[in-house]
Write a protein that binds this ligand. Structure first.
Ligand SMILES: Nc1nc2c(ncn2[C@@H]2O[C@H](COP(=O)(O)OP(=O)(O)OP(=O)(O)O)[C@@H](O)[C@H]2O)c(=O)[nH]1
Length: 390
């Protein structure tokens, strides 16, 4: 009986050990990680490339790793920013001439009509319509047509030179006598202060960046003030413009007081003795009196440091009559001293140059002729008319 008892115990013990071994083997199989395909392994294991680094191949390196590769946290080698050399402004209008193709249709249309053998009433009416359609405005259109009528009648003779007459009269209308120089220098060693204003989306920030390039091209030192604190992206945008030409940008906290940013920038400009401080402002809707008052405040606060030498109003050439309404409101708040007409490359309405100058009695000083960094040109009446006439 005892033998039987020991035999049963022995069999049970052997069975228990066998069960433990089997369970152990099975669980080891279940827990062993699946082999991942090479690509998936790389996604999981490889560190994300550091900023500025280019993600390389994921295979194991065949050579000894470099210091940077050994430590994925090692900072990327600082890359010295490349400072660009902007184009000198003098030749820009000529280079950008073909961008006025839209407005060129006006010149070609007028020339075609004036060159007709017979200048009858229908032709003069068509000329008037062309001028009005190009946003020159009613009074300037009537003046021009009157002068053209007189000259074509008096000088007509056998072979009236329509092109010469038209060119002279258009240049006269655009007014070559206006002083279009940018006032970028201050008196008594103070910096010149250029305040750039206008409705949002007209191209103010872009224009400030382009003006910085003009100043650098003319070997002037400059400082930019990102006083458009309403739109964080505007500050970033300006910082990028500044970096590209090595011009410092003074910025404030998002939503902060624009007047304080402008004040700090001009103060720094005075301390450093820079030639020019250019101040970008927020795009303000003309019907928001509070915002317009704020613009007046920006100017007053700047002038505690140094006088504002130029107030540039940026207008989008494609907005036509609406742009003129904006222009009037801005000129009531700050003394606008010059106009920057942007997006003239995308407009068939070059006549707005004449209309806005008449409306404000202030010259167009710069024209935007594209989105390229150096597509801002000093305005020249004769070059503009020549571009219109093709
Ligand atoms: N085609 C063309 N586009 C231009 C010109 N000037 C500016 N732009 C474009 O107009 C758009 C608006 O320019 P921004 O400089 O951001 O306008 P903003 O007035 O500062 O706008 P806010 O910061 O919102 O007030 C951008 O896409 C510019 O590239 C120009 O002369 N021609």
């Amino acid at each position: 009986m005892q033998d039987w008892f020991y035999l049963v115990i022995g069999i049970l013990a052997v069975a228990a050990v066998a069960a433990v071994v089997v369970v152990g083997l099975v669980s080891t199989r279940v827990r062993r990680p699946r082999r991942l395909p090479a690509e998936a392994r790389a996604d999981v294991i490889a560190p994300a490339p550091a900023p500025g680094e280019v993600a390389g191949p994921t295979e194991a390196p065949t050579e000894a790793p470099t210091e940077v590769e050994k430590s994925p946290l090692a900072p990327a080698e600082p890359v010295a920013p490349t400072i660009e050399r902007p184009e000198k402004p003098a030749s820009r209008m000529v280079r950008l001439r073909q961008r006025l193709a839209g407005s060129g249709a006006l010149g070609r249309g007028l020339l075609g009509l004036l060159s007709r053998d017979k200048l009858d009433e229908d032709t003069w009416e068509a000329i008037e319509d062309l001028l009005l359609g190009a946003d020159i405005g009613v009074a300037p259109t009537q003046e021009l047509v009157e002068k053209l009528r007189t000259r074509m009648r008096v000088e007509g003779g056998d072979t009236p030179d329509a092109r010469t007459v038209l060119r002279e009269e258009l240049i006269d209308l655009v007014d070559p006598a206006m002083d279009r120089g940018l006032r970028v220098s201050g008196a008594d060693g103070q910096p010149g202060v250029v305040l750039v204003v206008g409705v949002n989306g007209t191209g103010k920030t872009t224009t400030v960046g382009k003006i910085a390039r003009i100043l650098v091209a003319d070997d002037r030192t400059a400082l930019l003030a990102a006083a458009d604190t309403f739109r964080a992206a505007a500050t970033e945008q300006l910082a990028t413009w500044g970096e590209r030409v090595g011009v410092e940008v003074v910025r404030g906290p998002e939503g902060g007081d624009p007047a304080s940013v402008a004040f700090e920038a001009v103060k720094l400009g005075v301390e450093r003795g820079v030639d020019t401080v250019v101040v970008d402002t927020a795009g303000r809707l003309q019907n928001k009196q509070g915002l317009m008052d704020e613009l007046g405040k920006v100017k007053r606060v700047i002038e505690k440091q140094s006088p504002v030498t130029e107030v540039l109003l940026v207008l989008d050439a494609t907005t036509g009559q609406n742009g003129l309404v904006q222009a009037k409101v801005f000129s009531d708040v700050v003394d606008v001293t010059g106009i920057v007409l942007t997006k003239l490359d995308g407009s068939a309405k070059g006549g707005i140059v004449v209309a806005v100058q008449r409306q404000l009695g202030v010259p167009v000083k710069l024209v935007g002729l594209g989105e390229g960094p150096d597509d801002l040109a000093p305005f020249d009446a004769a070059a503009f008319v020549d571009a219109l006439l093709g």
